[in-house]
Design a protein around this ligand. Sequence first.
Ligand code: PFF
Length: 432
Amino acid sequence: MAATGSAVGLGNIWKFPYVAGENGGGAFVLVYLGCVALIGLPVLMAEIMLGRRGGRSPVNSMARVAVESGRSERWFLLGLLGIITSFFLLSFYSVIAGWSAAYIFQTASGAFRDISALQIVELFDDFLASPWRLTFWHSVFMLITITVVSFGLHRGLERTIRVLVPGLFLILIILVLYSASTPGFMEGVRFLFKPDFSEFSGQAFLVALGHAFFTLSVATASMLIYGAYLQRSASIASTSVTIAFLDTLSAILAGLAIFPIVFTYALVPDVGPTLVFKSLPIAFGAMPGGSFFGSLFFLLLLFAALGSSISMVEPMVAWITERWKISRPKATWLTGGLIWLFGVGSLLSFNIWQEKRLLGWNYYEIVDALVSLLLLPLGALLLAVFAGWFMTRQASEDELAMPNKRLYQSWRFLVRYVAPLAVLVIVISLLR
Ligand code: PFF
């Protein structure tokens, strides 16, 4: 459940609907499903498998598994790479999570009622223009994350996740039921499910592939650490399939909650990242019960982000406590504090640092590109290559313990050939 909480995040509820909207809807959704099943899932299984085989913090797990297979201990660097990726990713992820937290209250207060669409858009622009408000909400979000992780695995993570993940699905279902009662429902369904490949481009394929990795939380050491915490008796294959299934389900449900509202209120589906912060509030302002459903929606976003942020702090905390023998609360405050600090740079990039650019990119754009264009693809590639080529066949077969040999062979084929090739295609095309 924790891994599902990690996978289901802003990527599902904030990003998936707008990338689907920008890339033509149904055709994109279909290709995305293929990417999750054939490329994301095998790599997810590989990462959980490596974590459980290692049984320690990501850095030491990787070293241990590599040595067991007669390889260099330096593969520990792959664990470290994941931790670094989580670090930078969470630094700006938390800023966006903070927007969601702010918008719970903004919506509940009725601020979107009886004002024009233009004014609603301005409200968000004003919010982004204020470094103090952004810092406040970024801090609130990091404080919640730090508090949960510092309480430890059982009292912190488990207890929180047990409420968070079911709560998240419950809210999603309530919102979908609401959407089903709006006149735009069928149009939303058609938009999500009717594939129209005439609008589909190679670029859209790459977006689908990149998003498949991101949404499953691979290559950030999160799955390495959760793998390490996984019982020996659990099947890695069925655990991974469940995670991928629930992750995909939540993205589709988010689409089903959002697009009917978009169409009912005559908004456009392809506005990009501001879809949920600028467009949806227009609908929330106009619909009956909009303050309630609107705040519920942003609460959902916050829950989703929290399950993810916990899983990004945990790998580094596990490593620090294991390596330097310092207490968990200290390690968590240190990790979380540093992530917070790096995040401040990102939030300033929406206002006073917006035009401070290096090679045309501001701070946020640099960190985002570092993570999405370099660290995540590199991590996914190395995980697949290690699991497929460097780890002995016996070790992976033993750890995955699949009842069916064919299934194991298919997994191995996908991580050896398909996944590395797919990542290379993404990277090469991005560099062009
Ligand atoms: N899977 C998360 C999402 O879809 O929002 C993003 C994510 C969370 C990536 C945690 C990596 C991670 F470790």
